[in-house]
Design a protein around this ligand. Structure first.
Ligand code: ATP
Ligand code: MG
Length: 337
């Protein structure tokens, strides 16, 4: 029997280069070897976007199209919608007894995200709902509902996988060996930085190059990226290590990276040409993805059908998990099997 992958994205915006290098490439690579379930986490997205449901709704299809565009094959992998799997909501309720509020408040991912919201939206961004504080519990339910072995994620998610493992251990020690501890799998670049120099490119941070951006949009974003402030003229020597264009070259122009750094340090590389070269390399990598995305944009009914199928398959698994969980927790009252 194949091992299982559970992974996913929040429908808070289109997917970007951070997703691509952090998680999507691994999902595509592993879809033959593993049985793969890709969650569109609309319930999780609503925890901090409950007042803009139209944004979440719109992006369910956008995220699905991004997944298909990078090469997720719906014949091999299942893309599904979280809110249509009631077993995940049920598990979340049971798991919420196994986690203390102070442990959630100490979760590094939750802490960072609250700080980011404060920075973006002022004090208002810091007001934390019960639902948002509890989203690591719901994520543990996502993973374990599928008995997942592996979870391909970006580095920001590691504390959430750790929290999931703690819940599994607690559940098993209380109710008997029932759930599996998952392992995280990081991508080549575990955390891609944002165009603004932020330590993470993020949908909700407004600092991303999206997979669906046009060639021109990509170039314009790179043109405005943060560069070495000490470089004023074309032939001034500069430091590629404090420049976001230099940083992205290290990811998307690997073969030329050393030479690019040498030229930059020696003042032999103008910023305009350097940005054009980077845009060219990123655009080359994105060209086949954009082509596939355009196909799905014109065939949205096909995308919806893929989600319906994927959700149906996903529910088969979660129903089985719930039988085990209810039995372990002694709440399988009228089940005579
Ligand atoms: P949001 O800002 O709404 O949280 P996001 O950009 O963080 O959006 P998610 O949907 O939360 O995207 O993350 C989906 C997956 O992509 C997760 O596994 C996450 O770790 C990974 N990921 C997101 N951003 C990056 C990044 N900059 N580098 C590497 N991996 C990333
Ligand atoms: Mg995120």
């Amino acid at each position: 029997m194949k091992k299982r992958i559970l992974t996913g994205d929040r429908p808070t915006g289109k997917l970007h280069l951070g997703h691509y290098v952090g998680s999507l490439k691994n999902r595509v690579k592993l879809q033959d070897e593993y049985e793969e379930y890709i969650l569109i986490a609309d319930v999780q997205a609503l925890t901090d976007n409950f007042n803009t449901p139209e944004k979440v709704r719109e992006n369910v299809l956008e995220v699905a199209m991004d997944s298909l565009a990078v090469g997720i094959d719906p014949k091999k992998s299942n893309i599904f919608v979280q809110s249509l799997i009631p077993e995940v909501a049920e598990l979340t309720v049971y798991y919420s007894n196994l986690v203390t509020v102070s442990r959630l408040q100490r979760n590094p991912t939750v802490k960072t995200e609250i700080a980011q919201k404060k920075a973006l939206f002022g004090q208002d961004g810091g007001s934390v709902t019960y639902g948002f504080l509890g989203y690591p519990v719901s994520q543990a339910a996502d993973i374990t509902a599928f008995d997942a072995d592996l979870v391909p994620v970006g580095e920001d998610q590691l504390p959430l996988i750790e929290q999931c493992k703690e819940i599994v251990r607690k559940f098993n020690s209380l109710y008997g060996e029932t759930l599996k501890e998952p392992e995280a799998l990081l991508g080549d670049i575990a955390r891609l930085k944002g165009l603004d120099g932020n330590t993470k490119m993020g949908k909700s941070l407004g600092n991303a190059i999206y997979l669906g951006d046009s060639e021109e949009e990509t170039f314009n974003k790179i043109r405005n990226a943060v560069t070495d402030p000490n470089k004023i003229r074309k032939d001034d020597p500069a430091n590629p290590h404090v420049c976001m264009v230099g940083y992205y070259h290290s990811v998307f122009s690997k073969a030329d990276y050393e030479c690019i750094c040498e030229e930059c340090k020696a003042g032999k590389r103008g910023c305009v040409d350097c940005k054009k070269q980077l845009a060219q390399n990123i655009n080359n990598e994105l060209a086949p993805i954009r082509e596939k995305r355009a196909y799905y944009e014109n065939h949205k009914d096909e995308v919806k059908q893929i989600l319906i199928e994927g959700t149906k398959n996903a529910r088969e698994i979660t129903k089985q998990t719930m039988e085990k969980v209810r039995k372990a927790m002694q709440i399988d009252y009228f089940n005579n099997k």
